[in-house]
Design a protein around this ligand. Structure first.
Ligand code: 5AD
Ligand code: SF4
Length: 424
């Protein structure tokens, strides 16, 4: 979402008459987009701002965007006086107005209100990827997971109208994009604010029907709002990719309850069962947090057991980190850092063997790939399958395959990728 926010901000700047330069050193105005989801994000940002100051000297203008901007607010001006603009993601639609203030010499321009019912749509988004494009369908989050800073930095949920989403998808198709990724903190709670009243499953299906769009992905899903009609839509419409990212966070119902995730282990496994029962082989990936306050050895074992029960195709795992304003800050029984490190290593080891086994099952099969690049060092092309697996392959022909869809026979597998030969 941050990467796409940056694309939209760049698009806005271009439309206001600015031009982009290749490096920050050459810029007169530097925009620094930030994330505060985990770790010591604030410290990293101030460290980087200090470096900017040293390497860039005076005379340049600096703006801080994103979640750290929202979270730290005007404190940033005090700690980093060379910054003259601080703007959270819910205020990006105010950027043109703020730029005028900045250019007029105002040294403390802010956009920090979360009180918006607008989403930030810009027809001038400058896209970083030549074949895959992001479309935001919903911004903000109305959940209150006990560990999560997002509701405080991105504000409440706002959905875009289905008509504007479909119009953007059609426009992207006309520009030659073939893959679309729908974005939101919780895409499953998408509710069309127009009278059409589409839910997420309907929107997903309709984006997959836009002529020229060959692949549709979406992220992120919340298990509580992940309904069976989404699986039915994927099963029925081949343009919808065979992949669902469904973050579980923990395999222990007791910890899920403490996290305020609003589902039990059994309810989560029910959603997995829907996907396993589909006729298409849907890859499932997830996020795990280890060491949430109060996580006992038995809770942790329940998470490991869940990894085996689901058999994820990929997993993003993190040590719990305390975030400002969140409910979990007040919880007793914080797990020591060494113990979190130990648990994280065990999760990653377990997941690695699961992936080795799952990927090995693809050897011999033929997969359609969207080609994303060529690696000179290995002489292999790199593509992605519908299931979002990386497939590196050899190709004897001379054509430029970038952005093409090709068929590849899988000949080898590893924990994180597949390898094969182009047969087309
Ligand atoms: N500590 C550790 N991981 C976190 N995540 C979100 N907040 C925290 C936190 N405070 C993880 C969750 C989420 C992913 C994007 O980041 O697993 O799904
Ligand atoms: Fe954070 Fe929970 Fe909202 Fe996801 S659903 S953004 S984890 S509060």
């Amino acid at each position: 979402m941050n990467a796409h926010d940056s694309e939209k901000v760049v698009g806005t700047l271009l439309s206001e008459g600015y031009s982009q330069v290749p490096t920050p050193e050459e810029a007169e105005l530097v925009f620094y987009n930030t994330c505060s989801i985990r770790d010591k994000a604030e410290q990293k940002v101030f460290h980087r701002l200090d470096q900017f100051k040293k390497t860039h000297g005076n005379g340049k203008k600096f703006a801080v965007l994103g979640c750290v901007a929202q979270q730290e607010g005007e404190k940033i001006f005090d700690k980093a006086p060379h910054v003259s603009m601080v703007c959270g993601s819910a205020s990006y639609n105010q950027l043109p107005r703020m730029l005028v203030q900045l250019e007029a010499g105002n040294r403390r321009v802010t956009g920090l209100s979360l009180d918006t019912d607008a989403t930030f749509d810009t027809p001038l988004t400058r896209r970083d990827h030549p074949h895959r494009a992001y479309i935001t369908i919903i911004e903000g989050c109305d959940k209150s997971c006990a560990y999560c800073v997002v509701p405080f930095t991105r504000g409440p949920e706002r959905s875009r109208t289905s008509a504007s989403v479909i119009a953007e998808a059609r426009q992207l198709a006309a520009m030659g994009y073939t893959e679309i990724q729908l974005l939101g903190q919780n895409v499953n709670s998408y509710r069309d604010p127009s009278s059409a009243g589409w839910d997420f499953a309907k929107l997903l299906d309709e984006v997959g029907r836009v002529p020229g769009i060959r692949r549709v992905r979406f992220t992120t899903s919340h298990p509580r709002d992940f309904v069976k009609s989404i699986v039915d839509a994927i099963d029925a419409n081949p343009a919808l990719c065979n992949h669902v990212h469904l973050p579980v966070q923990s395999g222990s119902t007791r910890i899920l309850d403490a996290m305020q995730r609003l589902y039990t282990r059994e309810e989560y496994l029910q959603r997995i069962a829907w996907m396993k029962a589909a006729t298409r082989p849907i890859a499932v990936t997830s996020d795990i947090i280890v060491g949430f306050p109060g996580e006992s050895e038995a809770d942790f074992e329940a998470t490991l057991d869940l990894l085996d029960a689901v058999g994820y195709d990929a997993l993003f795992s993190f040590k719990y980190s305390r975030r400002p304003n969140t409910a979990a800050l007040a919880l007793a029984d914080q797990i020591p850092e060494e113990e979190k490190t130990r648990r994280l290593a065990i999760v990653q080891e377990r997941q690695r063997s699961i992936q080795i086994a799952r990927n090995a099952a693809y050897v011999g099969s033929v997969e359609e790939c969207m080609v994303e690049g060529f690696n000179k060092a290995t002489g292999q092309w790199m593509g992605r399958t519908s299931q979002h697996k990386t497939l590196n392959f050899l190709y004897a022909g001379a054509a430029d395959l970038n952005g093409q869809y090709v068929h590849v026979r899988v000949t080898r597998s590893g924990p994180n990728s597949l390898a094969g030969e182009c047969i087309q």
